[in-house]
Design a protein around this ligand. Structure first.
Ligand SMILES: Cc1cc2nc3c(=O)[nH]c(=O)nc-3n(C[C@H](O)[C@H](O)[C@H](O)COP(=O)(O)O)c2cc1C
Length: 198
């Protein structure tokens, strides 16, 4: 492949996907049909805890993030796993249709799961839109904006003498002098060659 970066020109947004018991940041979201209750597809990595939850649950919510979103929301939901922390502890949410929706968002879409397709790394979940609302009519953050500005958005603080290695794909930070052998990003799965020393 000559340059996969061209895929970043596909217009994608930044969302918090929530379902009962957890959630994570996703950019792989698409409206795949029109009408009163359009179908929305979201691709969730198989090694994410959210994937397990999405298989169990029948509904999910997508909160749409704006340009002025508090970057802590991206860090909390995109660079941590609900297996290790309670992501909802310090983030304000509203309860809509028994799902947690991010208060600091442009609005939300609530979907009823209607189908799913498995591939090697991801499950593509398809939902029918059953509820939605707009909180703020501001500009949405695009995935390409996040990629271009993730260094400023996800500022890295290191202890004295410690190096920080930042994943150039998702922004995950590994602290330590060197990356362990055969290291793979716990957030997005890429290898150590795609980490940059800060
Ligand atoms: C900018 C950004 C975009 C992401 N896009 C996706 C995505 O589309 N699908 C996905 O499954 N994970 C995506 N992730 C990774 C998950 O948010 C991340 O692996 C999270 O820690 C999983 O948490 P969990 O184990 O609680 O589910 C993205 C992360 C970032 C920072």
């Amino acid at each position: 492949m000559k340059n996969k970066k061209i895929t970043r020109k596909i217009t994608q947004g930044m969302y918090v996907l929530t379902t009962d018991g957890g959630g994570c940041i996703v950019d792989a979201v698409s409206q795949v049909s029109a009408g009163d209750n359009p179908l929305i597809a979201v691709a969730v990595m198989k090694n994410n805890y959210t994937n397990e939850l999405m298989h169990k649950n029948n509904t999910f919510a997508l909160s749409i993030l704006g340009m002025d979103v508090n970057p802590n929301i991206i860090k909390t939901f995109g660079l941590n796993s609900m297996r290790d922390i309670d992501k909802f502890e310090n983030i304000n949410t509203n309860d809509i249709e028994n799902l947690k929706v991010i208060e600091d968002s442009l609005g939300y879409m609530i979907c009823e799961k209607v189908d799913s397709i498995e591939n090697e790394t991801h499950t593509l979940f398809i939902g029918k839109l059953i509820e939605a609302d707009v909180y703020k009519d501001d500009q949405a953050m695009s995935y390409s904006y996040y990629q271009e500005h993730k260094d400023e958005l996800i500022k890295v603080k290191t202890e004295k003498g410690e190096n920080a290695w930042v994943c150039t794909i998702c922004g995950y930070v590994y602290y330590g002098d060197t990356l362990p052998d055969n290291f793979k990003c716990p957030a997005c799965g890429v290898g150590s060659e795609l980490f940059k020393k800060q």
